[in-house]
Design a protein around this ligand. Structure first.
Ligand code: AMP
Ligand code: MG
Length: 418
């Protein structure tokens, strides 16, 4: 097991003086340069590593295929076959997957062979059974057939000693097939990043409780906790805290002792009631990143007792966008994963939209019949639009005038998971 790396430096989120609005790509580059892995690694059996980040390259212990074998059911023999009709005597017995044919096949004779069977000594080529007439003790078929037809070479997929997966990759179900085929039963992975989620605001109450007039249900916490789980992190519920600096300070102190990262929502702007940013500022920990992004307020970044804090906006739409666009790749890197840029698709717009220059913009969107639809309202209070959507449209920082049919960049929500 590797040691737990030291916490992030307190100044890791500081911005150069004089920076006003930071473009999204620049903010992402800054984050990428500043955050590092904070979790240790452990060795685990294959059955337990799906969704984990590889801490070391995976090296094949065995080639695939380990032995040359047949890709089809048919008959095997030596060499190539010339054009025209051929009859070959058929040896008794057969070669099947897992059941080797022990004898050698003399040149000019054939053996029955089934998919996956190792090629018996003397067999180089296989003819499909559908192309063969079976007689008594012999087979007839037509050429031509190249030497090696319908067979798989030993090691044609990968060789023993090959790097089949590289460190920093998130393990997928298909990776487990690859790893198992390579004879590797245990791999080195990072422990999951523990991410605390804290909601702030006097107006919040817990869903299931009676809401007084003027109160709203805490919608961000269930969303963020579920999102983190889907991203492969270990979510930790830090509850809700009122707009009270002492209570917030105590909660952050306790949280910092048990998680690797903290996501707060609400109170992150510069207003009187923005107690998250006020407390972080008062403690000298705040770095306000004014990112040229819509929807999104200034992103409050801080290191609290060595633990990075992402102060997300309170508005659920802005909270989700900031969590996906900024917190996710940074958390991925803290979890030991490679920096991950979500893969978008350029697809025809099913809408018209004109946008001024200055801010990158994300719209709630989904794909229907090959076209990108956007939610009927851009109002950032419309939580129904978050749920209606299946992804985001990313509009560039500059001005655009989009007409129906023009290509727009669509990023499915799933592209943001690890
Ligand atoms: P704030 O960032 O604290 O100014 O909040 C912006 C808006 O988001 C306000 O309308 C808040 O009531 C709302 N809000 C803050 N936190 C949450 C939350 N956890 N769930 C739902 N709405 C929230
Ligand atoms: Mg608030």
């Amino acid at each position: 097991m590797t040691l737990t790396p030291p916490p992030l430096r307190n100044d890791c989120f500081s911005l150069p003086a004089g920076v006003d609005w930071t473009p999204v790509d620049e903010a992402l580059t800054l984050l990428r340069d500043r955050v590092r892995r904070v979790v240790p690694s452990e060795s685990l059996p294959l059955t337990e590593v799906q969704g984990r980040v590889l801490a070391a390259d995976v090296i094949a212990k065995r080639a695939n295929p380990a032995l040359a074998n047949t890709a089809v059911d048919g008959y095997g023999f030596a060499g190539a076959v010339a054009e025209g009709a051929h009859v070959l005597p058929l040896l008794p017995g057969r070669a099947a997957a897992g059941l080797a044919y022990e004898g050698a096949v003399p040149a000019g004779q054939a053996i029955r062979i089934l998919t996956g069977a190792a090629l018996p000594a003397g067999v180089e080529t296989v003819i499909l059974e559908e192309d063969v007439t079976l007689g008594t003790g012999e087979i007839a078929f037509r050429g031509p057939l190249k030497q090696g037809a319908n067979t798989r070479r030993a090691g044609e997929d990968f060789s023993q000693g090959d790097v089949i997966l590289t460190a920093g990759r998130v393990v997928t179900p298909a990776d487990l097939a690859l790893t198992a085929a390579a004879g590797v039963s245990e791999v080195e992975v990072y422990k999951p990043l523990r991410v605390g989620v804290l909601s702030t605001g006097d107006e919040l109450c817990e869903v299931g409780e009676a809401a007084a007039p003027g109160q709203i249900y805490d919608a961000n916490r269930p969303m963020l906790l579920a999102l983190l789980r889907q991203m492969g992190f270990e979510p930790v519920d830090l509850g809700r805290v009122a707009d009270d600096r002492a209570a917030l300070r105590a909660r952050l102190d306790r949280a910092a002792a048990k998680v690797d990262v903290i996501l707060t929502s609400g109170g992150a702007s510069a207003g009187d009631e923005d107690h998250v940013s006020a407390l972080l500022r008062e403690s000298g920990a705040l770095h306000e990143w004014r990112i040229a992004l819509k929807p999104g307020r200034p992103l409050a970044l801080a290191v609290w007792n060595g633990v990075p804090v992402f102060g997300l906006p309170g508005n659920p739409v802005a909270a989700l966008v900031c969590a996906l666009v900024f917190a996710r790749p940074a958390m991925g890197q803290m979890a030991g994963a490679n920096w991950n840029t979500p893969q978008g698709f350029d697809l025809p717009a099913g809408f018209a939209k004109r946008k001024k220059p200055g801010r990158r913009e994300y719209l709630r969107a989904r794909l229907r019949a090959g076209q990108v639809e956007v939610f009927k309202s851009e109002g950032s209070g419309r939580i129904s639009g978050l749920s209606w959507a299946e992804g985001l449209v990313e509009l560039p920082d500059g001005a655009v005038d989009i007409l129906p049919g023009d290509p727009v960049r669509y990023i499915p929500y799933s592209a943001f998971y690890l």
